[in-house]
Design a protein around this ligand. Sequence first.
Ligand code: V47
Length: 360
Amino acid sequence: MDILQKALAREHLSAQELSKLYEYDIFTLADAAQQIRTGLYGKKVFFNNNRHINPSNICADVCKFCAFSASRKNPNPYSMGIDEVLSLAHKAYENGAKELHIVSSHNPNYTYEWYFELFRAIKKALPQVHLKALTAAEVDYLDRISNKGYKRVLEDMLASGVDSMPGGGAEIFDEKVRRYICKGKVSSQRWLEIHQHWHSLGKMSNATMLFGHIEEREHRIDHMLRLRAAQSETDKVANKQGGFNAFIPLLYQRQNNFLKVTSFPSGQEILKTISIARILLDNIPHIKAYWATLGLNLAIVAQDFGADDMDGTIQLESIQSAAGAKSKSGLSKHELVCQIKDAGFVAIERDSLYNELAEC
Ligand code: V47
């Protein structure tokens, strides 16, 4: 059997062996990925009506790839108060958002309680809106400043109304690359433990991977294999389908940051990464082609290479656009739907947990 057949049969192979998947031509990989994707969802492409809110960009940590946090590359620090975030949440809801995706920097001026007061206030004002908040990196940061332990942080999130966790902060799990690009951030093992514990509380989350910078193909595969293993373990512990809903390969955006990268992945390399994700992550239901990092056109093309989701309208995007992505003002639902349909797919508006709301 060749490596692709072995991968599809889930034979035990190392990341190094599986990185040979990249040596297949792009259409062979796409074919294998599309069989899985089409078997699961036919021609459906999922999106949601969401709003990203980033309350502050003042950060105690320094990740080399980050153009969002205030630094000499981004000399515009800001910190919102609870009322300001609440007012944005109200506006987002009036504009149709059904999900608020709230992630922030690690701002030493916010107290532990600030976060939970904010979540309680949002849930009280807008109980019908899904609150997706705090990356595992933020959970780890809140543990570090409070000494409460990450389990307690997760319980406080649950008690204050957080519905699900976003997939940010995973970056690349390989310890050597991680140390170079984001030293001091939550460790890979801790990132996985935090998500697994969240899943054991009966809640869902996503998982990202930042790629296209200094990592090698083998590191991407290793990242996917660690996620697949974590998902299988949760299956056993929680006795239910694992808690990762979607895998989101985030393409590195190159402007205004401190990471010196000299070569960037081609379109083929990006699409192969998406196909390989669909092939290897057979226990994670959705592969999200996040249009804010891929660009709208490539995100649509990715739907023919194993992806089945685009993320959403976003309304205002600050993290990727700070690094050069053309995503600052989000997309209207109309535009997103037209793009999906024009490419021959069926546009499905979903909720945050992938329940289908409407065919558009
Ligand atoms: O973890 C930071 C990434 C992430 C850059 O869960 C960069 O549904 C590219 O996690 N180039 C935050 N990426 C965003 C995120 C996310 C986005 C959309 C949906 C979901 C979800 C999660 O942004 C960070 C980091 O990996 N990031 N800088 C950059 N220069």
